[in-house]
Design a binder for this molecule. Sequence first.
Ligand SMILES: Nc1nc2c(ncn2[C@@H]2O[C@H](COP(=O)(O)OP(=O)(O)O)[C@@H](O)[C@H]2O)c(=O)[nH]1
Ligand SMILES: [Mg+2]
Length: 285
Amino acid sequence: MFILQQRRSNNLHDLLSISVLRQRQEDLDYVQEYRPLKEDIKHLRVLLYGHVGAGKSSFINSVSNVLRGRMTIPALTSAMTSDRSFTIKYATHKFSKGRGSSKTFYPVVFNDIMGLEDGNNSGIHPDDIKLALKGHVKEGHKFNPAGKLEDGDFGYNPSPSTDDKVHVLACVLSANTPQINASVLQKMKKVRETASELGIPQIGLMTHIDSACGEIEKDLKNVYRSKHLQKKIKDFSSAVGLPLNCIFPIKNYSDEIDMKEDVDTLILSALRKIIDFGDDFIEKC
Ligand SMILES: Nc1nc2c(ncn2[C@@H]2O[C@H](COP(=O)(O)OP(=O)(O)O)[C@@H](O)[C@H]2O)c(=O)[nH]1
Ligand SMILES: [Mg+2]
């Protein structure tokens, strides 16, 4: 009897693994083949917004790994640098496709911005985030938490192209915090509302799901079974005002040496949704 049950459970696990693999491949093909339909748009721009340590840089690294199918040299993460200017600078992250003379870039780019620190004089000014959403912030601009960017400043782009504008806002939050800071959530809600006013679609990425839940750490496939994570996602949803089905649980590549299919699956599923949302917005631009 026990052996029969064990066999059934093994079969179910195998079936689940096969369907996860299939989904992963389908999402990967979709993402790799994506092209914005509008000809004047070179790329879809995603803005990652969240507190220091939420996993924004790690998400960019993870996307890079998944697209290349191997570990890539990481952009600096918080654990590797204490230089805050690294995140204060407005920089576009691109992902290369192919090698040598046939090298091109994927038509999806990321910017990350932190602006959720506690206190008034830290983090990026909320008005600057609005300017970034509208495409007014020039590449390489160093944000000044004490003063906002003004028309006429060197870092101000007075006439942004559709490419410069943000097409999707992704709010990044770590699941591995006992209590999510209320002021952090309030700021995130405000930025999300600003994006809404501009018609920009939004998505939530809940990171660190492995360190937040032992069952998930053991097996990432437990992600949709974890009551603890479900509660975290619900709290995130109601505090920031994002619908539940727009919040994606993510395990970023952090201390792995090799690629893992289950990690890829979650990253790709979020990335596919980001592309779909952004593409809908591009059509209206
Ligand atoms: N276990 C785990 N660690 C993560 C995850 N995402 C990020 N990290 C780690 O958390 C730290 C901060 O991440 P980072 O990407 O620099 O955060 P950022 O400040 O939002 O850019 C780094 O040490 C990452 O390796 C995750 O999903 N799981
Ligand atoms: Mg970072």
